[in-house]
Write a protein that binds this ligand. Structure first.
Ligand SMILES: CC(=O)N[C@H]1[C@@H](OP(=O)(O)OP(=O)(O)OC[C@H]2O[C@@H](n3ccc(=O)[nH]c3=O)[C@H](O)[C@@H]2O)O[C@H](CO)[C@@H](O)[C@@H]1O[C@H](C)C(=O)N[C@@H](C)C(=O)N[C@H](CCC(=O)O)C(=O)O
Ligand SMILES: Nc1ncnc2c1ncn2[C@@H]1O[C@H](COP(=O)(O)OP(=O)(O)OP(=O)(O)O)[C@@H](O)[C@H]1O
Ligand SMILES: N[C@H](CCC[C@H](N)C(=O)O)C(=O)O
Ligand SMILES: [Mg+2]
Length: 482
């Protein structure tokens, strides 16, 4: 298991049998390997004695404890997270090497691309796995997801289950947190897709440059057998390809690229594109989805699939749950749109899409909030963008977590221009906010509920209570007779 791991020192018994791995001392038991990781909130090294007491057979750590237990093996390494990634891959038999594993990175569009590629490969007849923000899947079997990219132990375990189930392919999202925390180190990817890079997670990465480096780190680690497929129309698209050993490929709606598409129409019933010369009608809406579709098409072709067959299947696919999902009222035909836009760029794109497809008579009413204990810098920007693209705006809460919702809302309000003040309401209770937006909507109007998408909870002070934007919208249509 220690192959590929750079080891500083080893103490205690060698070749101890182990039957499970954990990064949490609370899970440690007889025969476990416990990895002591330095986290954002605490340091796993503090819990080594606890893990030993509970029977852990091996401790992997960066600093050895002062007193060593003679029956326990200690492996000292320069980076516990990196060692954990290599050991987890080895423990589960390197499942990524038995799969065509495709990773999607970028600020927005990861879930959409990974989910579309999963659906496409399924329809082409392959047993395929999916690891995404919304859910993990082995073919059609759903396994709930807690992270966009799980930690390396869980990740390799899930990939091993996919191999066991006969999967030949797997599609996964690679978050910037995952790259920095070595969650995907030691996986063998067959391909990587880059969607775009805009403002997000600056609370975690500190600077935009560090955020870029994290995303690029994924491409830098791709092997030369893989393809690196990048968005040539994104400002950072070419930088992503600079230091990769993988085959460099691009997609574009605007310039020369390996895969090209021309936007013919972006309408309420879907996108009409010319892809590599083939006229195709898709069910997804919005220019940003033209990029997602083109990226998925390119990846499938690079995997060896037949272009026309790929386009035929893609043309019939619907988007991922909570991504530009319509909820239409029966009586007055108010169109609710539930979308996971929780970054400035995503919100701007979604509002632009609505602007592209709306009739002049339709008002746009946007309900939006920003997450607590997450990047605060995006709060005023998102409120400003909501005002710019909507006739009315209701600012509200989106998972305040451990922050005071009123503080978050005040920071959002700071982004509202004086001339827009009259169109903005602030209602901290999200249900009340959606109710008010629906009440404001006249026949045929559009109510965009942004930020939570597929989420089915509202997280307040560590407690998650049921909350589903789609369900609340439907309930409000019923309640208000819309
Ligand atoms: C900021 C962040 O990424 N946090 C992740 C990180 O936790 P952490 O660094 O805070 O851990 P910590 O609490 O400081 O603890 C350090 C270590 O001590 C251990 N510990 C702690 C207590 C104890 O009693 N015993 C013990 O052993 C912990 O298990 C941990 O290994 O490592 C944990 C284990 O892998 C993750 O579950 C955790 O994700 C938290 C829940 C989280 O919210 N992460 C988000 C920000 C995240 O990862 N998001 C990305 C991107 C989202 C997107 O798509 O935009 C994602 O991939 O999901
Ligand atoms: N290619 C794209 N470019 C810009 N915005 C997009 C793109 N694709 C989707 N979006 C917008 O971003 C939102 C999130 O999309 P998606 O869930 O696919 O992204 P993600 O990268 O997986 O996000 P997360 O980091 O939260 O996992 C969508 O609801 C939509 O508003
Ligand atoms: N994966 C992202 C999703 C944010 C979604 C939004 N609803 C929020 O809670 O901020 C995160 O954890 O930062
Ligand atoms: Mg995602």
């Amino acid at each position: 298991m220690l192959a590929d791991v750079s080891v500083t020192a080893q103490h205690g018994p060698a070749d101890v049998p182990v039957h499970a791995l954990t990064l949490d001392s609370r899970q440690a038991a007889l025969g476990f390997v416990f990895f002591a990781l330095r986290g954002a909130a605490t340091d796993g090294h503090q819990f080594i004695a606890k893990a030993v007491e509970q029977g852990a057979a091996v401790i992997v750590c960066e600093d050895l404890p002062a007193a060593l237990n003679p029956a326990t093996a200690y492996v000292q390494v320069p980076d516990s997270a990196e060692a954990m990634a290599h050991m987890a891959a080895a423990f589960y038999g390197h499942p990524s090497r038995s799969l065509q594993l495709i990773g999607v990175t970028g600020t927005n569009g990861k879930t959409t691309c990974a989910t579309l590629l999963h659906k496409l490969l399924r329809e082409l007849g392959y047993h395929t796995g999916l690891l995404s923000t919304v859910q993990n899947q082995i073919d059609e079997q759903v396994i709930p997801a807690t992270h966009t990219t799980p930690d390396s132990i869980r990740l390799n375990e899930l990939l091993a289950r996919m191999v066991e189930a006969g999967c030949t392919h797997a599609c996964m999202e690679v978050s910037s947190h995952a790259v920095v925390q070595h969650r995907t180190t030691a996986l063998r990817f067959a391909g990587g897709i880059f969607t775009n890079l805009t403002h997000d997670h600056l609370d975690y990465h500190g600077t935009f440059d560090n955020y870029l480096k994290a995303k690029k780190g994924f491409f830098d680690q791709l092997p030369k057998t893989a393809f690196a497929l990048s968005n040539a129309d994104d400002k950072r698209g070419m930088v992503m390809l600079q230091n990769t050993a993988a085959r460099r490929e691009t997609y574009s709606l605007r310039s020369a690229a390996t895969f090209r598409a021309k936007l013919i129409e972006n309408a309420v019933h879907g996108l009409h594109l010319e892809v590599d010369g083939h006229d195709t009608q898709f069910r997804l809406i919005g220019v940003f989805n033209a990029y997602n579709l083109l990226a998925v098409y390119g990846a499938a072709v690079l995997l060896g699939e037949e272009p026309l067959e790929v386009l035929t299947v893609l043309s019939g696919l619907l988007s991922a749950p909570g991504r530009f999902e319509p909820v239409v009222s029966e009586k007055t035909r108010v169109t609710g749109i539930v979308d996971y836009a929780h970054t400035p760029d995503a919100l701007e794109n979604v509002l632009q899409t609505i602007a592209d497809i709306r009739q002049p008579s339709q008002q746009v009413i946007t309900v939006v909030g920003c997450g607590g204990n997450r990047d605060g810098a995006k709060r005023p920007i998102m409120a400003g963008l909501a005002c710019q693209g909507s006739d009315r705006v209701v600012l509200t809460s989106d998972n305040p977590r451990f922050e005071d919702p009123n503080d978050i809302l005040q920071q959002m309000q700071a982004g509202v221009k004086v001339q827009d003040l009259a169109k903005v309401l602030t209602i901290p209770d999200r249900r009340e906010a959606i109710k008010t937006a629906v009440a404001l909507a006249g026949p045929g109007d559009i109510v965009l509920v942004a930020g939570k998408g597929h989420e089915t909870y509202q997280e307040i002070k560590g407690v998650k209570t049921d909350f589903d934007d789609k369900k609340v919208l439907t309930d409000m249509f019923d309640l208000l007779g819309k």
